[in-house]
Design a protein around this ligand. Structure first.
Ligand SMILES: [Zn+2]
Length: 444
């Protein structure tokens, strides 16, 4: 396939913007990037997709999300509004996830996958919970990831909050799915070992998880120091701050993802840097839960690898980027904080490097020969000069994700002219509404 007449933003280390550019896609990968004239002359018989002056840019990636949370949208959970982070967990998320049936798990994932295609996010790292439908839950999600045409890494969040049997079942589900991925790898799927957070995990369960992960060549995917309560709980349980407790338990390493790390001190940052663990930043979630602002710039300065997630907010990663761009300025009282190019570094090169843990053979986040053909076409017509250098600010101030008309993953067109081609969006929407309504009734 030859995509023609696009302004191609390559997002390479030396970014280029090719006016009236073209992309040749072969076997799911980008085979050539050049002007339309050059590639149309060289490949006259190739199937064409005319971008008609739209901007072509790499598809977005998400470093931390929760497909299980889709039915919370618009839900007035019973009782008074949560007054702090623990109450948000108890009244909203831990009530919702206990009510999920296998069919709910499927449709909640489908809603998020459709949303991801619509917003041009093709690579997602998910963290799943359904305490009353644990065994096989990752297979259900995997099935729909494959049918969507997207790419996702999956795990189950192990926790002690629902008793020892469910903690064991969570460990077993991670180990089972990790083994499945080793025995039958799939280019759209990957696995990690999920853990909820220090505050819901005993030393014994952490040790069981580490033992179960042994030999599976995996890291862990865990929330850490998201709220101050996680720090207080860790100090009380172990006399150590969260990152030290997790490090001593054998959780940290270059394949581990630590979501949030809002409340970490200098020593903990040094441990994160030494172990090579990833931190993901989710500013919309941090603001919504009123837990504080992730210390992204301090972490980076200390040599910690930081990527960008959405924590189950919409898969519109541009909304997450815009929030990151804005909140750090407010929090630090400094308009120079979190520059536009730094936001882009988190969202593209850092997220692509994180994705390499799970898909080592797939080059993501750039439009260059040899990269996987994951891209979007954006119907954005700038009213000021657009260059490769000022592109981040155009996208932070001008671009809206609703301007995405076409989403392509591994060369497969998943959305064309805003119509989803791999998922039946009408059916998903209708069934999701029924299932979410029924779940809300059960909660009441
Ligand atoms: Zn999360």
């Amino acid at each position: 396939m030859l995509i023609t007449h696009a302004a191609v933003a390559t997002f390479e280390a030396e970014p280029r913007l090719i006016e009236d550019g073209a992309l040749l896609i072969r076997d799911g990968k980008i085979a050539a990037v050049d002007t339309t004239t050059a590639l149309a002359t060289r490949y006259p018989d190739e199937d064409r997709l005319d971008a008609d002056g739209q901007i072509a840019l790499p598809a977005a990636l998400c470093g931390h999300t929760h497909f299980y949370g889709a039915f919370a949208r618009g839900w007035a959970y019973p009782g008074p509004p949560a007054a702090d982070f623990v109450q948000i967990l108890e009244r909203l998320w831990w009530r919702l996830d206990k009510l999920l049936t296998p069919e709910d798990v499927r449709y909640s994932a489908l809603v998020c996958l459709a949303d991801a295609i619509r917003h041009g996010t093709t690579t997602l790292i998910d963290h799943h919970a359904s305490p009353n439908a644990i065994e096989g839950s990752l297979d259900i999600i995997a099935e729909e990831v494959v049918s969507s045409g997207l790419r996702a890494s999956l795990c189950y969040e192990v926790t002690d909050r629902d008793g020892a049997a469910r903690a064991k079942a969570g460990i077993a589900e991670n180990a089972r799915f990790l083994r499945r991925m080793r025995q039958a790898p799939h280019p759209q799927l990957a696995a990690s070992f999920g853990l909820h957070a220090s505050l819901t995990l005993s030393d014994a369960t952490l040790a069981d998880a580490v033992a179960a992960a042994n030999g599976l060549e995996t890291g862990f995917h865990i929330h850490a120091a998201e709220g101050i309560v996680d720090v207080e709980d860790s100090l009380e349980k172990s006399g150590k701050r969260v990152i030290h407790r997790l490090h001593d338990a054998g959780i940290l390493g270059p394949r581990t993802i630590v979501a949030h790390a809002v409340h970490v001190d200098d020593d903990e940052m040094a441990v994160l840097a030494e172990t090579g663990a990833w931190v993901t930043h989710q500013p919309r979630s941090n603001m919504n839960n009123a837990v504080g602002t992730g210390q992204v710039e301090a972490l980076l300065e200390k040599g910690v690898k930081v990527a960008l997630g959405n924590d189950g907010f919409s898969n519109n990663m541009f909304a997450e980027m815009k929030t990151a761009y804005l909140v750090h300025k407010l929090a630090q009282g400094d308009p120079r904080a979190m520059s536009g190019d730094l936001v882009f570094k988190l969202a593209y090169p850092a997220n692509a490097q994180l994705a390499k843990l799970f898909w080592p053979d797939q080059k993501l986040g750039v439009l260059a020969p040899g990269a996987v053909a994951d891209l979007v076409l954006v119907d954005y017509h700038p009213t000021t000069p657009l260059t490769a250098g000022n592109l981040p600010w155009h996208f932070l101030f001008g671009y809206e994700a609703s301007m995405i008309t076409t989403t392509i993953s591994a060369g497969r067109v998943l959305m064309r002219d805003r119509r989803l081609l791999t998922l039946d969006e009408e059916e998903i929407t209708a069934r999701s509404r029924e299932l979410a309504g029924a779940l809300w009734k059960r909660a009441a």
